[in-house]
Design a protein around this ligand. Structure first.
Ligand SMILES: Cc1cc2nc3c(=O)[nH]c(=O)nc-3n(C[C@H](O)[C@H](O)[C@H](O)COP(=O)(O)OP(=O)(O)OC[C@H]3O[C@@H](n4cnc5c(N)ncnc54)[C@H](O)[C@@H]3O)c2cc1C
Length: 480
């Protein structure tokens, strides 16, 4: 790991926790994943060099300088193995019987260094239940899509995609469409290199660095949020050798993930009945089927088809190609993501009997499906069979699994909602700008803010995080 540390210090602004001690930050961001990166970039872009002080602390280290798929050396399945190393990934689900698929990634860029970059907007019927007006969501989706280079043409004209799209649309799935992906499709020309195609939060950090200076400390774990008289004023941070530092800040933004953000808040004694509650995740199923290659063009192209959730269909299907096709056959996978109603009972709590190496209680998760959630699962399973049949594919079992199987909660990496935004402090942890109810200057900007899910979470988290940054900018202007 020494190599990484030297590497990180050379690439990123080298701030040590000791250097950061003497500062009072205008904004201190905890966590550098999708939400934290978005806040950092937006603040730097809005404030430019106006003297405001921005700091970021990240519990992990520099593991990869970009999304893993942008690095030739990590192609062919090696990326997954590399990120799974114990320095970065913790399979916390092993001790969470009701959320056994959960994992955490501690690294600069958070989970975006290996995410699949699928970036749809939430469906309209889901946004209708969000506390943020639709026009506002639209404005911030536009900004998020532009900065994340979201594109649809990524897989246009792929033979398999086009053939299957037509078959699905004609056989009960009229809304089937191409995946929007956060992939920079611009060709390299006139000296502008576009080799860093897959978006990750490292992009946000890099963009921010090119705009103005900020302090970033890696291997710096927030262990407590500090607040007095209803106002945030800093964060207690620990280095790997367990030395404590108190960093002062006028505004604190927690972007430590759906698991870590409520954990920090609960451990810090921040009150709020909804903190940790309303945990949501898709109910996830997966199936594999085979189609005969005969009759398809030689060049199959990629396969990425999205059947979005609608008001009448409470689940989403994602069709993709599994592995390399043989001369005879192509394996097709479908992931199904079903709606799970947000409920206060599904929650993250602290386990007072298990303390981690930093002295913090670990989390415990209470999570179960209602009869309604189980109905959605059943409906989604039969729709998956129908989709395979529409493209003429025959279901097969892979690795001894049933042809269509239920994935454990958390396995899809879509967990959210544990610090949801809303207007009512009884049912939401933060207001519509991400500010924790009753604590001024304390914000949340990560997947935990999402009040409900209707598709993959990250684009929406980034849009809301940018909005939170704009709110902080506007508040600081009015208090000057
Ligand atoms: C394999 C894979 C594929 C995925 N594919 C998709 C996809 O196609 N589409 C999609 O929408 N989503 C996808 N996701 C999910 C996506 O990565 C997450 O939605 C997104 O990264 C969540 O952002 P976040 O800011 O909530 O948390 P994260 O990205 O997890 O970032 C949290 C950060 O906080 C840091 N941190 C945690 N605790 C502390 C602490 N106490 N102090 C300081 N720092 C701390 C962590 O190290 C991390 O850097 C995928 C995820 C994986 C793993």
């Amino acid at each position: 790991m020494v190599t990484y540390e030297v590497f990180a210090d050379r690439i990123f602004p080298p701030a040590s926790l000791t250097q950061m001690l003497g500062m009072e930050y205008d904004v201190l961001i905890v966590g550098s994943g999708a939400g934290g990166g978005a806040v950092l970039w937006r603040l730097c872009d809005r404030w430019r060099n106006n003297g405001m002080r921005i700091g970021m602390i990240e519990a992990g280290n520099l593991l990869l300088p970009a999304h893993a798929w942008n690095l030739a050396i990590l192609s062919g399945g090696r990326a997954e193995k590399f990120v799974a190393n114990p320095f970065a990934t913790r399979y916390i689900g092993k001790t969470l019987p009701e959320f056994s698929g959960a994992k955490q990634i501690f690294a600069l860029g958070g989970r975006t260094i290996q995410w699949a970059a699928v970036t749809p907007r939430m469906p309209l019927h889901v946004l209708a239940r969000y506390p943020v007006p639709f026009k506002e969501m639209e404005k911030y989706y536009n900004i998020a899509e532009e900065v994340m280079k979201v594109t649809k043409p990524f897989i246009h004209n792929g033979a398999l995609t086009e053939i299957f799209l037509n078959l699905l649309r004609a056989n009960g799935f009229p809304e089937a469409t191409h995946f929007p992906m956060a992939v920079d499709m611009k060709p390299t020309k006139y000296g502008e290199v576009h080799s860093n195609a897959y978006f990750s939060s490292i992009h946000f950090l890099a963009e921010a660095m090119n705009i103005r200076p900020f302090d970033l400390a890696v291997n710096a774990r927030a262990v407590q949020v500090l607040a007095e008289h209803g106002k945030a004023n800093g964060v207690k941070v620990m280095s790997p050798d367990k030395t404590s530092y108190v960093l002062r800040a006028k505004n604190v933004v927690l972007s430590a993930s759906t698991f870590e953000t409520p954990r920090l808040l609960l451990h810090s004694g921040i009150r709020g009945t909804a903190i940790g509650r309303y945990l949501i995740d898709h109910s996830a199923i997966r199936g594999t089927a085979i189609v005969k290659r005969k009759g398809f063009p030689e060049d199959l192209g990629p396969l990425d088809i999205l059947v979005p959730e609608t008001a009448d269909r409470p689940y989403q299907l994602e069709m993709y190609r599994r592995g390399r096709p043989s001369i005879e056959e192509v394996a097709i996978g479908i992931n199904g993501y079903g709606l799970v109603e947000p409920r206060a009972e599904n929650r993250i709590i602290l386990n007072p009997y298990r303390i981690d190496e930093y002295g913090l209680p670990v989390i415990q998760v209470n999570y179960s499906y209602t009869q309604q959630d189980l109905n959605v699962l059943r409906e989604m399973t039969s729709a998956m069979r129908k989709a395979f049949s529409a493209i003429g594919a025959i279901l097969v079992s892979v690795d001894g699994q049933p042809e269509i199987f239920l994935r454990p909660p958390g396995d899809d990496n879509h967990e959210a909602g544990s610090c949801r935004i809303g207007d009512d402090p009884a049912t939401s942890a933060a207001d519509r700008y991400g500010q924790i109810h009753g604590v001024s200057g304390l914000y949340v900007a990560d997947n935990s803010v999402l009040p409900s899910l209707g598709t993959n979470p990250t684009l929406t988290t980034v849009a809301l995080a940018i909005r939170t940054a704009d709110y902080i900018v506007s508040k600081s202007q009015s208090s000057r």
